[in-house]
Ligand binder design. Structure first.
Ligand code: NAD
Ligand code: DAU
Length: 357
């Protein structure tokens, strides 16, 4: 099924904005994308400014928890699918203050599910059978792995360790329950660490790039040997599109980048790319800026994703490798300094750049 009229929540953030760009660039025919975003510190309508006069795209400033607003949008635009990206997404912030995470990730998702259910029940049978609620989640719901453990599968029991992960796990359970109890046609994706253009510079990769360019320390938590699997955001957008179009209702799909790497390796690679593409004026390597800092409390050691299910069922596989993906990402940040400055000067408390707890 090709979905033409979709409601994307959190589309002014990193992955949501990349998804909307991907969707509109892939679908040249008539379509409508509503982007409902609360514009928290992480939301930036500038991420999609090239579509501001495109009548296929409409931005709505609002909260996923606002049931009156969401019900009106669904009905007025005869929405065929909801893609829920809206969330508080940064682990460190959830350690500082967990409540906003439960407000949006849990209560917000619950209200969005309720509103979707009421709308879905009002649809004629054909439209109701085609309707989808796709929930974007994370591999962090599965907890932490040792170096010997097998990768996370869709059947791995949940063991969230941070308040952020706990709020996402709760939202995943809610989605599951709305399918099981009410029959709502849901889909859930659990992906690994995304990277690429438009990522807010509180996350490791953009933080390291921007700190390096500003001649600031590159903070490495603990011993730097924690492992993440890195997924280029464009690959993630393709995966979400496949799940939306062909995924089996009620199922969850793991999405990974086949790129397990220590944080130290990531920082070293970024420094080497910057040394090549934007050498320091003092002739030294950016590696000199590496600084080991106090570890994140409860820091998960390793994430690893088994994505056999989406690979076999939907023929999806990541196309980007880490070397080319990181190069593209560094090049994007180098050529979008204004975007970065606007964020660091207006949306963001500077003390978070380079600090931890
Ligand atoms: P982000 O923080 O960059 O963007 C989140 C967006 O949601 C922002 O635009 C924000 O304004 C909006 N938002 C927050 N609360 C809202 C509310 N109540 N109503 C409407 N909009 C609201 O996040 P991201 O990195 O793009 O992540 C998107 C989704 O993917 C999240 O659900 C996250 O948990 C999940 N995820 C992210 C990653 C990653 O590596 N970034 C990995 C796995 C899963
Ligand atoms: O695994 C998916 C998750 O990936 C998503 O669900 C989250 O929304 C997303 O933020 C991300 O979580 P992480 O905590 O893994 O991402 P972050 O970029 O914050 O950190 C990546 C690794 O780098 C992690 O091991 C902590 C470490 N780190 C992070 C920062 C910000 C540092 O060493 N120094 C830093 O300054």
């Amino acid at each position: 099924m090709f979905y033409q009229k979709v409601l994307v929540t959190g589309g002014a953030g990193f992955i949501g904005s990349n998804f909307i760009r991907h969707f509109l660039n892939q679908n040249k025919g008539p379509s409508k994308v509503l982007n409902l975003d609360l514009l928290t510190y992480a939301g930036n309508p500038e991420n999609l400014k090239e579509f501001s006069s495109d009548n296929r795209y409409q931005f709505i400033h609002g909260d996923i928890a606002d049931q009156t607003l969401v019900a009106k949008l669904l009905k007025e635009h005869q929405i065929q699918a909801i893609l829920n990206f809206a969330a508080e997404s940064h682990v460190d912030r959830s350690i500082d203050s967990a409540e906003p995470f439960f407000q949006t990730n849990v209560i917000g998702t619950l209200r969005l599910l309720e509103t979707a259910r009421t709308y879905w029940k009002s649809l004629p049978p054909k439209e109701a059978s085609e309707f989808r609620f796709l929930h974007v989640s994370t591999d962090e719901v599965y907890g932490s792995l040792s170096s010997e453990d097998p990768a996370f599968q869709e059947t791995t029991p949940f063991a969230p360790n941070s308040p952020y992960a706990a709020s996402k796990a709760a939202s995943d359970h809610l989605v599951r329950s709305f399918h099981h109890t009410h029959g709502l046609p849901t889909l859930t994706t659990n992906c690994s660490n995304n990277y690429g253009p438009y990522q807010f510079p509180e996350k490791l990769i953009p933080l390291v790039i921007l700190n390096a360019l500003d001649e600031k320390n590159l903070p490495i938590y603990g011993d730097g040997k924690n492992i993440r699997d890195w997924l280029f955001v464009e690959d993630h957008c393709v995966a979400i599109t496949s799940v939306l179009q062909e995924g089996k209702v009620g199922e969850t799909y793991n999405v990974g980048g086949k790129a397990e790497t220590t944080n130290l390796q990531i920082v070293d690679t970024l420094c080497a790319l910057l040394d090549e593409l934007q050498p320091r004026q003092n002739g030294k390597s950016y590696l000199d800026l590496k600084t080991f800092v106090k570890d994140r409390p409860g820091h998960d050691r390793r994430y690893s994703i088994n994505f056999e299910k989406i690979h076999h069922q939907l023929k999806w596989t990541p196309q980007e490798n880490l070397a080319t993906g990181l190069r593209k990402t560094v090049q994007w940040y180098l050529s979008h300094r204004e975007w970065c400055t606007q964020i660091t000067e207006t949306k963001y408390s500077r003390d978070r750049l380079g600090g931890n707890h």
